[in-house]
Design a protein around this ligand. Structure first.
Ligand SMILES: NC(=[NH2+])NCCC[C@H](N)C(=O)O
Length: 411
């Protein structure tokens, strides 16, 4: 079995997808209320059962195309069989400064008594003040009954953001929004402690400058675009560039400024690759999208801080991308039809496609105009329902972390 597995890693967004990590929506979504949904980064209150059905259909569409589907919570539960992993997971969740020593002491020992399944569930769905049976004192008395002692993680659904593979390494990202910070403690635990990933070299880490996976686009082997906006900071983009250069994983990183607002929170909300030289893109910003090409001029030592970076002047994104990818043209396929339809379909993740191989991409069925544009351009669209899934503002690409894709690199 072990030997038949496709090697982990990815050098593009379109090489044939072999293995993907998803998160099936679970009890953490039941924590959303009209009072906390903004803070928890959801635009509505999803109907959980229907969201699960939609997600199961998404996973099935992938399996039907021979993609191995891994589930984050299953990997986490398996990881938590190990005592070291349990220790790390509990210490991480208990590091919150909201707890106080009385409650922290009680919760720490209560969590140690749980089975791996139960522990995984507390770590993802959280714990509310009125759910604890002990540790009562000043903190439990003064917090509201519905305050969370361990925050729920409804955005685990968007596995693209909490880790990203670059060739044979996995970058543990550093998420910018407080509601998502703890997610990467869990992905880090999986990648460092789960036997399946033993020995995988990692990049970055949750304590470092902010970088979210939704901003990282593997345009071609050796060429990575990094959106810089609401989530990934300029310093995060620089840190990632240094690391991929130091490890010889890329030659060019394109830093792409995007508006710091919810509609364009990640680069993958405005564009995704659907073929080796085709990108579906939001036309309302396409003309203004710029890129700074970053390369490594010199190494003065082995560490990523020892690199001297060269930053080119900003150029139109499509021009800079084609140059770095050594192709004549990166063809743009527009979202929507007219500016208003495009705006509606961009909001509903029309650009957020997940390529299964060159010219085959999963997309939300509701984005009718964008999907017909894709088809006209020769892209086969695997359409999935997303009425409930979409309430977290994420599409097929956000909801998937490719763990293994066939390489596009030649030689
Ligand atoms: N790669 C993406 N576009 N992810 C979408 C993440 C959506 C999530 N609710 C957030 O605000 O963080």
């Amino acid at each position: 079995m072990e030997n038949q597995r496709a090697p982990h890693g990815a050098d593009s967004e379109v090489g044939r997808l072999r293995t993907v990590m998803l998160h099936r929506p679970g009890p953490e979504l039941k924590r959303l209320t009209p009072r906390n949904n903004d803070k928890l980064l959801f635009d509505g209150i999803p109907w959980v059962g229907r969201a699960q059905d939609e997600h199961d259909a998404f996973a099935q569409a992938l399996r039907d195309r021979d993609v191995e589907v891994l589930y984050l919570v299953e990997l986490l539960t398996e990881t938590l069989q190990s005592e070291t992993a349990r220790e790390h997971a509990i210490t991480g969740a208990m590091s919150s400064l909201h707890l106080g020593d009385t409650l922290r002491g009680y919760l720490t020992s209560a969590l140690h008594d749980q089975s791996p399944e139960e522990l995984a569930s507390f770590l993802t769905a959280g714990v509310r003040n009125d759910e604890v049976r002990g540790g009562h004192g000043l903190v439990t008395s003064l917090l509201h009954s519905d305050d969370f002692l361990i925050d729920p993680l409804p955005n685990l659904l968007f596995t693209r953001d909490s880790s990203v593979w670059v060739r044979d390494r996995v970058a543990i990202t550093s998420l910018a929004m407080p509601a998502r910070e703890r997610e990467t403690q869990l992905t880090e635990l999986i990648y460092t402690e789960h036997p399946r990933f033993a020995g995988t070299p990692t990049l970055h880490g949750w304590q470092r400058e902010h970088v979210e996976g939704g901003d990282v686009l593997l345009l071609a082997p050796g060429v990575i675009a990094v959106g810089v906006g609401e989530r990934t900071t300029p310093a995060g983009a620089e840190r990632l560039a240094r690391q991929v250069f130091a490890a010889g994983l890329a030659e060019t990183v394109l830093a792409v400024p995007i508006a710091q607002e919810r509609a364009t929170m990640h680069l993958d909300t405005v564009c995704t690759m659907v073929d080796v030289d085709k990108i579906v893109m939001y036309p309302n910003i396409a003309d203004n999208l710029q890129a700074y090409a970053v390369t490594c001029r010199e190494r003065t030592g082995d560490g990523d801080a020892d690199l001297v970076l060269e930053v080119a002047r900003a150029e139109p994104f499509l021009v800079a991308a084609a140059k770095a990818m050594s192709i004549d043209t990166l063809h743009q396929i527009d979202t929507g039809l007219d500016p208003v339809t495009a705006e509606r379909e961009q909001w509903d993740d029309g650009n957020n496609t997940l390529a299964l191989s060159p010219r085959v991409a999963v997309a939300y069925e509701r984005n009718i105009e964008t999907n017909s544009r894709l088809e006209e351009a020769g892209i086969e669209v695997v359409a999935i329902a997303g009425s409930e899934l979409g309430s977290g503002r994420g599409g097929p690409r956000c909801m998937s972390c490719p763990v293994s894709r066939e390489s596009l690199a030649t030689g």
